[in-house]
Design a protein. Structure first.
Length: 204
């Protein structure tokens, strides 16, 4: 998620569109310095909860004092004009079991997500795939909410089709096979790795 936000900010900068990155590091540097001294799992939980709460309040204040700005939210903060949906915690709980909610952090994430979508705390939600949009509509009654599907882009200056022979060699080395059949009809297995990429490489 941080990579998507970073590259989006870089693209705005390249297009000379004024943009700020509001992160836990930029908003609360002293807190981040303190969290670095704590055990990793504990610091992650504290970071998520504090940024969800304090980041939401900070953005609400900025929206009141800077009404002309547009806010694109990626994860922790509630509110904003555009929310980029990187996946649903509710789906994860359904697959792994509700025992996950015995973990206070997972329970917090589950409830935070429910508040975000049930109260429609955004003007537009962006999903990275059509399956992501379907999951969102299946899990939450978002009605006629403005949902856009915008897949992550690929920088063709860095990633570009190779010559046919190296592509075939890559496909052979990766032993490309069709995606496995889902074992649970309600929660199918999603494959986004080599089985999806190899047919594309093979046609380059």
């Amino acid at each position: 998620m941080s990579g998507v936000a970073h590259n989006l900010h870089a693209e705005f900068t390249r297009m000379q569109v004024p943009a700020d990155m509001l992160t836990a590091d930029t908003l609360f540097p002293a807190l981040q310095s303190l969290l670095e001294r704590l055990p990793a799992k504990f610091s992650t939980a504290v970071d998520v909860v504090t940024f969800s709460v304090l980041g939401t309040l900070a953005m609400a204040f900025r929206r009141l004092t800077r009404p002309g700005e547009v806010y694109i939210v990626h994860n922790d903060v509630l509110g904003g004009h555009i929310y980029v949906n990187h996946g649903l915690h509710k789906e994860l709980v359904a697959i792994r079991g509700r025992r996950m909610l015995l973990n206070p952090l997972h329970l917090f994430l589950f409830l935070r997500e429910a508040v975000r979508h049930r109260l429609a705390l955004y003007r537009t939600v962006v999903c990275l795939s059509s399956s992501g949009e379907a999951q969102l509509r299946d899990n939450y009654a978002i009605g006629n909410a403005d949902v856009r599907v915008i897949p992550n882009g690929v920088d063709l200056r860095v990633f570009h089709p190779s010559e046919p022979e190296p592509a075939r060699e890559l496909g052979s080395a990766l032993d490309c096979v069709p995606p496995p059949a889902p074992t649970d009809v309600k929660h199918p297995v999603t494959v986004t790795g080599p089985p999806v990429l190899c047919p594309v490489d093979g046609r380059s």
